[in-house]
Every structure is written in structure tokens, then in C-alpha cells.
Design a protein around this ligand. Sequence first.
Ligand SMILES: *Cc1c(COP(=O)(O)O)cnc(C)c1O
Length: 463
Amino acid sequence: MKYVSTRGQAPVLSFEEAMLSGLARDGGLYVPETVPQMSQADIRALHGLPYEEVAFRVMRPFVGDTFDDATFGDLIAKSYAQFGHAARAPLKQLGSGHFLCELFHGPTLAFKDFAMQLIGQLFEEALTRSGSRVTIVGATSGDTGSAAIEAFRGLDAVDVFILYPHGRVSEVQRRQMTTPVEENVHAVAIDGHFDDAQARLKDMFAHDDFRDGVRLAAVNSINWARVLAQVVYYFSAAVSLGAPERKVSFTVPTGNFGDIFAGYIAKGMGLPIDRLVIATNHNDILHRAVSTGNYTTGRVEPSISPSMDIQVSSNFERALFDAYDRDGNAVAQLMDELKSGGGFHVSQGALEALRDNFDSGRASEANTSATIAATHARTGELVCPHTAVGIKVAEEHRDRAVPMVTLATAHPAKFPDAVEAATGIRPPLPERMSDLMEREERITRAPNDLAALEEIIQERIRT
Ligand SMILES: *Cc1c(COP(=O)(O)O)cnc(C)c1O
């Protein structure tokens, strides 16, 4: 299994190389050269299997010879052992034909744990085997960073630096990043927005001396292995609802387009997914791109669903690559236009290709709060604001013949203020992390400046 860059100019890599390097040297993102297929019989055979076994069968063909079967199976088992629910990604019915897929039973209460726990295990195995080490730098709007710190803390072969926008993450998110005591993990609060943090991360990757000097690796949602881990729950959910005999649609609260792109891969592998619905908050660049063809960045407006507060959606480049018939030059040109002019126009043919797979919708702040309240009143469930964005948009895209699954991306207790404002009820943290608010914090403040950030990292890495 080989991986190619969406901009067509970087070397073709193995799974291991693509996983360890993250972003490609031409600035592009790695995607599989061809998407492995699962037959109807392969999908039918997933019925009733534990999540870990589904994960093994779905991901195995993408991994090539990087891990043998027994090792890969062990790493998957370790990744999900700490989850607080035996089904890992259980479904809960919200109404007729509408289901939530609960992706918040991992150690940091958001879906990012699915990918990050696995990546932690895969990195440790691959690096220990080759006797090498890496420096992971991540940019987060809150949930990626806490999931990464949780997955990598205490590992010998890895130092982790997480850049987050100062004052723009929830207290639970911040504490999950700043309270681990292990000396290989560092939470860095920068002045700016998530997009600034992500831009500085990309600058570090483009700075070859620094990149090679510290052996930089990325675990942001641009890392292919993360996308891959997220493909699994599309299969487990669809199979529970009758796939391959019955089609299923998904609505995905979307920011960086990683989670929904995983659904697109699942569909490409042969899973009978009818519609993939992009749900955005008022930072709606993806909704505008799919509905008008104009991908133009605006200003990031803070919202009550902060993990989706972005204007540059990195993984959308992967969807564009396919929509432009895998023409890396065309994608590179669009990304140049984005960098120099703040946007680009998707060609008619590419837009049609995108619309073949994706629908989209948005929720205003008022819609989101009203949906949290209405969902609680109708079902007794408290949902996080990201999930509420999904539920609102899903209801607008319901087709009675096809079950709709909305991905519940975080636990309500991770965003208690928004939930309390909408329902009057403050959702409690699960028992296993109830002392989070008393633990001591460790924060590094930094300017939104490449040289300053590189210096912090160089001073702190263990050699
Ligand atoms: C990261 C995140 C999202 C957005 O996921 P993408 O893969 O960036 O589209 C949505 N909800 C929550 C709770 C998240 O943490």
C-alpha cells in the first residue's frame, strides 16, 4: 500500500513513512494511491463482531507490511482498552430513523481519542523498533491537543508540544492539556486563533532545517493514520443498522474535514453510505464551499462549538484532490490562491463531484442552543454543542427511507457552560475524571511567532 501527496510533488511513501511524517514535503496531504475494497460479504461478516475486530478488518489493508497481524491486533486492543463503554462507539436512538453514534467514551471525552489512542500505540511500536525518536507538534482548537497529550504522555520516544489559542478553549479542554505531569508533554498557549496555531505548525513543517533537526512529526487530522482510525466507526454503525443490505446516511459536525473525510473513505471502500452531510456552525466555510463553489476564508467568529471554529479546513484538500481527478498540480494551484488571495473558486466539474458525495448545512448559535434544549426535552439526552449542530442539520436532511446517524463528537461535560445555558442542567464529568478541576496546571505562554515557538521546542526536547 503506497501513499501519494495531494500536490503531486512529494515522494510516494509507505504507511509507516506517511504516518511518521504527517504533512508531505510539497505541503500536501498523503492519501492512499488506491482505496482497498470490501465486498458485500466482507461487510456482512462484520455483523456482531467486537469493535476491535471490526477495526482490524477495516484498517488492515491500509497498513501494508508496517505491522504484522498479531502486532497490529495487539495495538488496536491496547488503544481502546481505556474506553468507558464496551461497544466503544455505541448507537443511541434519538427519534424515528435518527441515531447518535456516541464517540465520547474515550479518555478525553471526544471522538479524537479514537484516532489518537491508536496513533500513540502505532508510533511507540514503530519508533521503538527502529530505535529512533520524534517531536510531535500539534495545533488544536481544544480536543486534538488533549487527546494527543493523553495518548503520548510518558512515552520514551516522543516529545509532544501542543499549540492552542490562549483563552479560546474550554476549561475542561485546557485542564486536560495542562494537568498531565509527564515531562514529555507541553501545552503552549499562543496569542491568536486556532488558524494561527495551525499556520505556525505548517510553517514549521516548511522550515526544513527545523523539521529535520527535531524530527518533526504531526498528529493533527492531516495525519493519514488519524483519518484511517476514524473510518472504523462508520462501518460499525452502518453494520449495526443493517448494512450492507440497508443504506445509511451520516451527518458529521465538521471543522477540519477529517472526520467526514473518513466517512468518504468508508464509502469508497464499498460501505453503502447514502449521504454524507457536512454540519458547520456559523464558521461555515465548508457549507459555503459546497453550496456555492466559493472557498473564501473569513474571520473566525468564536462560537459555543469551539472545536469547529476554523476558516481553513485542512482535510478538504483531500476531497478536492479526488474532485479534481487526482490532479496534484490543480490542487497545488488552488492552495497557492488560498495562501495569496484568501480563497479560490471550485471548478464546475469538481463541484459536481463534491456534491455527488456531500450535502451541507449550518447552525447559528441560536439554532445550536435551541437544539440542545429541544433534544433534552424530547429525549432526555444532554448533547454537546457540536453534536447539536449535527442534529439540527441532520433533521433538515432526513430521508425517511434511510436511517440517519449523527456523530456525537464530544461528551456534554466537556462543554458544560453551553449545555447549562440551554437546559439549566450542568452535566457532570464521568466519575473517572472527577478530580480534573483540582489538579495543578502547567502552561507555557508564547507569541504567535515562528522563531519564538521553534526556540521553545528546541530548548525542551529530550535528546
Ligand atoms: C475536532 C472536533 C470536531 C471537528 O472534527 P473535524 O475532523 O475537524 O472535522 C467536531 N466536534 C468535536 C467535539 C471535535 O473535537
